[in-house]
Each structure stands twice: as structure tokens, then as C-alpha cells.
Design a protein around this ligand. Structure first.
Ligand code: SF4
Ligand code: SF4
Length: 311
């Protein structure tokens, strides 16, 4: 029993992240269902089954009585725009900027949604979206896990700098402005994956497979750490966020396990050199560095408003 408890404690942030990612996906799937009436009772057909339901003569076997699932959808929509309890809007800031620049309709819900999301990540969670919400993290973590098992190395031919994602972000916004369409949204593998998972459309599979293979065979954390403009946008939004990793030099044995496991190792520049907070907003707050540190030299820290760095 003690071994099990210490195993869960050792991987506490990993479990928390998986629970968060999967719960959000499940809530989206449950929220994006179709309601139909059979014999005066409301039934649910999951979004990915609605065409099957209609193609097979509205076979009631595909429908499930509504009351056995959820009385009210908790989360509806998709990662670009969603609503909690059909009341609280949440808008992806990058999608919002693309809609704005492409001349799309900006509704009050979209504006409120972007204020709420920027508030959550800007004030507190920083780039935590990548570690706790984005479904692509499940794919890229799997690729990284396999890389470690098979000791795969980066391709020496393809070199992309981590800052490339900011360039892609700027290009997406410029293209949206010039051509009047949501440039990144129309090719985003994250949106494709999310739509595939909640609506059952198979189109996202190739994009997701390409990213998995890219991360597995070409570049460690290739997509999230170098290309994704959505992650870049959350880095910019979360520059002043309060949740930070704190390093205690007195406990550090300079084993550098944290740097080896970190998906954004460039953020850990102070490790083994000085105590202080990890202020680089590219940190995704995944907690992996804290989990692997056996010397209690790292921990999460909130409200470090002075950003002190101690020798
Ligand atoms: S970098 Fe992009 S794809 Fe990766 S987790 Fe963050 S938002 Fe998702
Ligand atoms: S510094 Fe720690 S919390 Fe931040 S990205 Fe790296 S491993 Fe995750």
C-alpha cells in the first residue's frame, strides 16, 4: 500500500494532468450530443453517431435516454469557443485574434470568453493550457515517452529553433488579415484532433499522425516546443502569471534530471546556479521537473510577486 501511495505521489502532476485532459474531453463529448425524441422521451445520440442514426432508419438502439447521461451539458462547443453550463463563454485568444483580423463577426460572448480565458491563464496558470487542457499533449507525451524508451535522437538535418513558433503566430495573424480567413485554425492539427475526438470526424487522423511521427523521429518536443502558435500565444499571455516553479539552490545536487525531463529545457537556466523562480513563460507548468527531483530543490510557488532571486 505504501508503495502504491508513494508511486501516485511521485507522479501526482502527471495523474492530475491526465485527469484534467480526459475530463475536459469527456465533458466536450457529452456536451456535443444531439437530442432526439422517441415516444415522447428525450434521448441522446452522440455527435459521432448521428449520421449512423439517420442512415440506419433512425434506429432507436443508437439513442440513449437523456436522463441516464447528464441532465444538463456542462461543457459545449470546442476548444476555439465553448460555454460552461450554457452560460460562461470561453474563447481561444488566438482564434479570437484571427476572427478579429479576418473581419469575422465578433459577438459579446466571444469578447467575454477571451477576457475570461486571458484572465485565467494571464493571472494564474500561464501556459498551463498546454499541460492541462490541450489534447495534443497526450499525443506528444506518448511520442516523447517512446523516444526515451528507444533512446531516439533528433534528426541532424531538420533544425527548427524554439522561437519559430512566434514567427508562425505572427504569420498566421498576417495571413488572416490579408486573406480574410482563420489561417491557423483552418490547418490546426489541435482543432482537427479535438473535432475528431468529440464529433467523430476522421479527417484529423493524418495531421495527428504526422505530429506524432515528427515528435518521435525528427525532433524532441518538435511540435509543442518549436511550431505551435497556440502554445506561443499562451506563453505571451502568461508572462506575468502567478504560478511559477521555484528552485532552491541549497537542496540542488546538480543531477540535472529536471533539465533532462523538461519539455522546454531552455526555461531552466537557473538550475544549479541560483535560487529563484522560473520566470520564462514558456514553462507549461507540467510539474515534471518537480516530480523527478529527489532532492526537494523544486516546487510550485504562487504569488511570488517580487520575483526574488536568492544566491
Ligand atoms: S504547444 Fe500547442 S499543441 Fe502543444 S500542448 Fe500547447 S497548445 Fe497544444
Ligand atoms: S520547468 Fe518544470 S513545470 Fe516548467 S515546463 Fe519544465 S518540467 Fe514543466
Amino acid at each position: 500500500m505504501k508503495i502504491i501511495i508513494s508511486y501516485f505521489f511521485k507522479h501526482r502532476f502527471l495523474f492530475l494532468r491526465r485527469i484534467s485532459q480526459l475530463s475536459i474531453l469527456i465533458l466536450f463529448i457529452l456536451g456535443n450530443t444531439s437530442l432526439i425524441t422517441i415516444a415522447s422521451n428525450i434521448h441522446i445520440v452522440f455527435a459521432n453517431n448521428i449520421s449512423k442514426f439517420e442512415d440506419y432508419g433512425k434506429n432507436p438502439a443508437i439513442a440513449i435516454p437523456k436522463d441516464t447521461i447528464l441532465p444538463h451539458p456542462i461543457l459545449e462547443g470546442n476548444l476555439s469557443f465553448s460555454k460552461i453550463f450554457n452560460t460562461i463563454p470561453l474563447s481561444d485568444p488566438l482564434a479570437f485574434m484571427q476572427i478579429l483580423l479576418s473581419g469575422g463577426a465578433i459577438t459579446l460572448d466571444l469578447i467575454l470568453g477571451v477576457i475570461i480565458v486571458c484572465g485565467i491563464y494571464g493571472v494564474f496558470l500561464g501556459r498551463g493550457f498546454c499541460a492541462f487542457v490541450c489534447p495534443m499533449n497526450l499525443i506528444t507525451d506518448l511520442a516523447n515517452f517512446l523516444r526515451r524508451i528507444f533512446k531516439l535522437k533528433n534528426s541532424p538535418i531538420i533544425i527548427i529553433k524554439p522561437n519559430a513558433r512566434y514567427l508562425i503566430l505572427i504569420i498566421s495573424l498576417i495571413l488572416s488579415f490579408i486573406f480574410g480567413f482563420l489561417a491557423w485554425e483552418s490547418i490546426s492539427p489541435i482543432s482537427m484532433l479535438h473535432r475528431s475526438l468529440i464529433f467523430g470526424l476522421g479527417s484529423g487522423a493524418f495531421g495527428v499522425l504526422a505530429i506524432f511521427l515528427f515528435d518521435l523521429l525528427i525532433m524532441r518536443h518538435g511540435f509543442c516546443g518549436h511550431i505551435c502558435p497556440l502554445g506561443a500565444s499562451y506563453s505571451l499571455i502568461g508572462k506575468l502569471s502567478l504560478l511559477k516553479v521555484e528552485h532552491n539552490l541549497n537542496n540542488c545536487t546538480k543531477c540535472h534530471q529536471c533539465i533532462r525531463i523538461c519539455p522546454e529545457p531552455q526555461v531552466l537556466g537557473i538550475i544549479g546556479k541560483k535560487s529563484g523562480t522560473i520566470n520564462n513563460s514558456e514553462c507549461i507548468k507540467c510539474g515534471r521537473c518537480i516530480e523527478v527531483c529527489n532532492d526537494s530543490a523544486l516546487k510550485f510557488h504562487i504569488l511570488n510577486l517580487q520575483n526574488k532571486e536568492r544566491k
